[in-house]
Design a protein around this ligand. Structure first.
Ligand code: ADE
Ligand code: ZN
Length: 341
């Protein structure tokens, strides 16, 4: 199964670039930029990654991001992630970045985006992996700050495909950001939002109806509202589910408790993602494998999840068809008898 998953063409639709910062790179960037970390060693950092909920993770995650200062740092972080992707047969990525995490520390918006973008270009050239960028607003900050961030993005509009909403969910409902999402729609951005990770099903409704998002990030708490599950099924709204993140942040006490297979069985367009792989103990294929093992899934279900990853993406229909055909070709190669020459 590990090999089957490794060879399966797939897309990643829920990935925070700041969440790919491995302790080794955190340490070396801290040295490069003369930043004192509150840790003595890489092992020390890893030991701190014991989370009780979303906020306990976010505190450490924002602290770690402080080692990112120069354009080169953002480039190196992003390129290191693509080097990992290339070995997992990930063909397309829709990547979140959190400008406010950096502009709030005095880093220029253009430093962040130029560093990330140069790595995306290099990954496309060297590995043939396509990508799009989604700019997230930090929901624990004000709606005015989100609006200011949207304005800062204007000179880089051609590099940013979508906007999203992340950070501490409880107490920061989607409705707080109606105006900025309305403006983003007017400017032609794709719109997505984290909802129903720790927050209630009502936040998913708000994201859909008030922010008019086309995709929900996480969304696992939809199962508390049968009418919402029916709506998600009928409207074919993708849910970007992150299994290892959910168990690391105690949304579920263990993988066997996770509802991803139940949601899939209910006909929802769920797919698998890694969220913040450096913090949650695994990249994309580790997430597929963890779910496969917990539910003893067969290849057909894994294929369905991989198909959903392309179907739920921002890719054009013609591009989706090419990737879905890659999956079919992969299955055909596996089932064909070996050539004896
Ligand atoms: N930022 C990074 N990872 C996140 C998550 N899982 N939920 C909300 N905000 C995040
Ligand atoms: Zn996330």
């Amino acid at each position: 199964m590990r090999d089957f998953i490794a060879g399966l063409p797939k897309a990643e639709l829920h990935l925070h670039i700041e969440g790919t910062l491995e302790p080794e790179l955190m340490f070396s960037l801290a040295q490069r930029n003369n930043i004192k970390l509150p840790y003595e060693s890489v092992e020390d950092i890893r030991r701190a990654y014991e989370f009780s909920d979303l906020q306990s993770f976010l505190d450490i995650y924002y602290q770690g991001a402080a080692v990112l200062v120069n354009e080169r740092d953002f480039h190196d972080l992003t390129f290191a992630y693509f080097e990992k992707l290339q070995r997992q047969n990930v063909r397309h990525v829709e990547m979140f970045f959190d400008p406010q995490t950096h502009t709030g520390r005095g880093i220029e918006f253009d430093t962040v985006i130029k560093g990330i973008q140069s790595a995306l270009d290099e990954a496309q050239q060297r590995f043939g992996i396509s990508s799009v960028l989604i700019m997230c607003f930090l929901r624990h900050l004000s709606a005015e700050a989100a609006m200011e961030t949207l304005a800062q993005a204007t000179p880089f509009r051609h590099l940013i495909d979508g906007v999203g909403l992340d950070s501490g969910e409880l107490g920061n409902p989607p409705e707080k950001f109606i105006e900025v999402f309305t403006r983003a729609h007017e400017q032609g951005y794709h719109c997505v939002a984290h909802a129903g990770e720790e927050g209630p099903a009502e936040y998913i409704w708000q994201a859909l109806k008030q922010l008019k998002v086309e995709r929900i990030d996480h969304g696992v708490r939809c199962d508390e509202d049968p009418a919402l599950v029916s709506y998600l099924r009928e409207e074919r709204i993708p849910l970007t589910v992150c299994p290892l993140s959910n168990t690391a942040l105690k949304v579920y006490s263990n993988m066997a408790e996770h509802n991803i297979v139940k949601l899939l069985d209910e006909g929802l367009l769920v797919n698998i993602n890694s969220d913040d792989p450096a913090y949650f103990g695994g990249h994309l294929n580790d997430n597929y494998l963890a779910v496969q093992r917990a539910f003893n899934l067969d290849e057909a279900v894994l294929v369905q999840l991989a198909r959903h990853s392309f179907e739920g993406s921002f890719l054009r229909d013609s591009e989706k068809r090419i990737h879905l055909k890659e999956i079919d070709d992969y299955l055909q190669r596996l089932s064909a008898p070996p050539l004896d020459n």
